[in-house]
Design a protein around this ligand. Structure first.
Ligand SMILES: NC(=O)c1ccc[n+]([C@@H]2O[C@H](COP(=O)([O-])OP(=O)(O)OC[C@H]3O[C@@H](n4cnc5c(N)ncnc54)[C@H](O)[C@@H]3O)[C@@H](O)[C@H]2O)c1
Length: 253
């Protein structure tokens, strides 16, 4: 797929990784639909990108809300006259241990609210946006590409039962889609980042950050642009389908 002129929708575009993807793709002539529920972050990104009005559409949307998602993807398709790529990037964490016991007494447990919140955004959100985007792509008949952002935590990580389950679900769902959607010429792939230097990670205490880096064979956390670079690769290589690419410096959970 050619990047110049391609229409790319990015959910969670206002965040660290989404904004890096937008920056890299804008620099290569892509036309962007930026989706997030934080309007301040969208405004900031749009100003930084400084793309011509017709080449950049920013829309507030909760990816876990079916009505909002269907409307936004219809609007994106109408605005640009199609949709070539969706990056399902919006995601949240609500970390907690499943159970904490001390002296035979339960101290805490992961709440159902924390479970539901993460599943709603990370799994249902990907399902809803993927379904809406694939419908627009299939209708236009020009094929397309869906990239779902999972995580190395999909293998299971302490304190992240909800997050790990959501990301493992994204992984399996993506394989199903890669088999179902290829008949419409739509490829589906997954990127699983390891620890990437978004603001949250960078604002960690230096000792904690150093401990984390010591676990990574590459000896450092990744850069957001290294994830954006993988999005670019998946756009350019039309033979990659149904695969999960781990960008983690060799870290395995
Ligand atoms: N940063 C990392 O180290 C890392 C590692 C592995 C996986 N990931 C995954 O990469 C993706 C992006 O992560 P990030 O580090 O940039 O996070 P981030 O918190 O910086 O950005 C996430 C964005 O998603 C948006 N969002 C959250 N809920 C939403 C909803 N319901 N509807 C619409 N938008 C919503 C937020 O407003 C935010 O702008 C996530 O899916 C995350 O799980 C990140």
């Amino acid at each position: 797929m050619k990047i110049e002129g391609s229409i790319v929708a990015i959910t969670g575009a206002g965040g660290g990784l989404g904004a890096a993807m937008a920056q890299r793709l804008a620099g290569q002539g892509a036309r962007l639909a930026l989706v997030d529920f934080r309007t301040d972050a969208l405004d900031e990104l749009q100003a930084a990108l400084a793309l011509p009005e017709g080449d950049c559409l920013a829309r507030q949307c909760d990816v876990s809300n079916e009505e909002q998602v269907d409307l936004v993807f219809e609007e994106i398709s109408n605005h640009f006259g199609g949709l070539d790529v969706l990056v399902n990037n919006a995601g949240i964490t609500r970390d907690a241990m499943m159970l904490k016991f001390k002296s035979g007494q339960r101290q805490s447990r992961m709440s159902l609210e924390a479970w539901n919140a993460v599943i709603a955004v990370n799994l249902t959100g990907v399902f809803l946006c993927g379904r809406a985007a694939a419908e627009q792509m299939a209708r236009a008949g020009n094929g397309g590409l869906i990239i779902n952002i999972s995580s190395v935590s999909r293998a299971g990580n302490m304190g992240q039962s909800n997050y790990s389950a959501s990301k493992a679900g994204v992984d399996a769902m993506s394989v199903s889609w890669s088999k179902e959607f290829i008949r419409y010429g739509i490829r589906v792939n997954v990127i699983s980042p390891g620890f990437i230097g978004t603001e949250l990670v960078r604002s960690m205490k230096p000792e904690a950050l150093a401990k984390m880096e010591a676990m990574i064979p590459a000896g450092r956390i990744g850069e957001p642009d290294e994830i954006a670079h993988t999005v670019q690769y998946l756009m350019k290589n039309d033979y990659v389908n149904g695969r999960n690419i781990e960008i983690d410096g060799g870290l395995r959970l």
